[in-house]
Design a protein. Structure first.
Length: 364
């Protein structure tokens, strides 16, 4: 009896949360107001937060850092979430994706696209990381979900991402750099989706990644990228220095983008972030056109180099960070890390001589 009472409370809203209980009773899960922030394949549960439009706009990443933007929330069995999702009768909202190599302007681009009327931006939902990890484990002894169960979970969250408000024209989901590895599945299952593939040249990527603020993240993602590159090229490659490790990371993400773009060339648009910064108006116009959106007048008619979005650090908008600041940081890194930048470029040239796909990625 106690367990049945607990489950009923979870489905209808947590005890003591009248606002949430009323919201669920009135709308179910048809609105983005109920945001699934985290999922647990081991415990088969989901953490649901109440999020406002302003919270979505403010959030740089929809991971644990979004918790402070939510007034309340609750945990529910994932099976119940699946049933609530299957009960949504509204048509799915069109969804598009921003895939990127990491530290190449994806948050800035997401915020710029979010200036358009009717765009709901989802930046790096933590559920996507979990789904990517579960996908990696499907064929191994430590799988988190059975393949059929995984398909149900994936379909559930893809459907939840495709909810909107009454005036939402589309959702633009920005992935993390490492979750682009399931980009092919995202594009395959969301057949109307369009993709932005964001990167920079290898030399710029090396200078950026070798700067002090990026090295810890680089090391944390390196093992996964080594394994992914081995699958993409057919054999494992070693990276003996920090510059080679960065070059391996760039090549992994570039080849991952190739795997997304090649089956659907008309649905994918490649963007070089340095070229974007050199002429943001032209590139933003192309991006909005690709996503079949009207570019906001405020962006179309202003000097974009002076726009507030271009003068702040997009992940922490309270911090000033201009195009000139970025150029200064890259110039410093090119001087301080000249040897490792050279090592990384030489590593790429060496790999390209043995792997045609790497040669094509380097020539793109």
């Amino acid at each position: 009896m106690e367990e049945k009472h607990r489950q009923n409370n979870v489905i209808g809203g947590p005890p003591g949360s009248d606002a949430l209980a009323a919201l669920i009773s009135r709308e179910g899960f048809r609105s983005p107001t109920l945001f699934v922030q985290n999922i647990d394949p081991i415990g088969h549960s989901a953490l649901v937060l109440r999020m406002s439009r302003n919270a979505y706009r403010a959030a740089s990443c929809l991971d644990g850092r979004a918790m402070h933007l939510a007034p309340d929330g609750f945990v529910m069995p994932h099976a119940h979430l699946e049933r609530w999702t299957q009960a949504i009768t509204d048509a799915p909202v069109p969804i598009h994706f921003i895939f990127h190599a990491g530290h190449v302007g994806s948050t800035l681009l997401s915020r710029a696209i979010g200036e358009a009327d009717g765009v709901l931006g989802l930046r790096e939902p933590a559920t996507l990381r979990t789904l990517a990890a579960a996908h990696d484990a499907l064929g191994g002894p430590n799988r988190l979900l059975h393949p059929r169960e995984y398909e149900t979970w994936f379909a559930t969250h893809l459907r939840l991402w495709r909810r909107g408000y009454h005036n939402t024209r589309c959702v633009v989901l920005k992935t993390t750099s490492d979750t682009a590895r399931i980009g092919h599945k995202l594009m395959s299952d969301a057949t109307d989706a369009r993709a932005i593939l964001l990167n920079v040249t290898p030399e710029t990527y090396l200078a950026q990644a070798l700067s002090a603020d990026s090295t810890k993240e680089l090391q944390s993602k390196l093992p996964g990228r080594v394994a992914r590159l081995a699958r993409l090229l057919g054999n494992a490659l070693d990276a003996g220095s920090s510059g080679e490790a960065v070059a391996l990371s760039w090549l992994t993400e570039q080849l991952t983008h190739d795997r997304i773009a090649h089956p659907w060339p008309h649905r994918a648009l490649r963007v070089d972030f340095d070229a974007f910064l050199a002429n943001p108006g032209i590139h933003l116009a192309a991006i909005f056109c690709h996503l079949q959106l009207e570019m906001p007048q405020a962006l179309r008619e202003s000097d974009l180099s002076e726009h507030p979005l271009m003068r702040q650090y997009s992940k922490s908008p309270e911090r000033a960070h201009s195009i000139a600041d970025r150029a200064e940081r890259l110039a410093w890194s090119r001087k301080e890390n000249a040897r490792e930048i050279s090592n990384g470029l030489a590593w790429l040239e060496h790999v390209a001589r043995s792997h045609p796909h790497a040669a094509l990625a380097l020539a793109a």
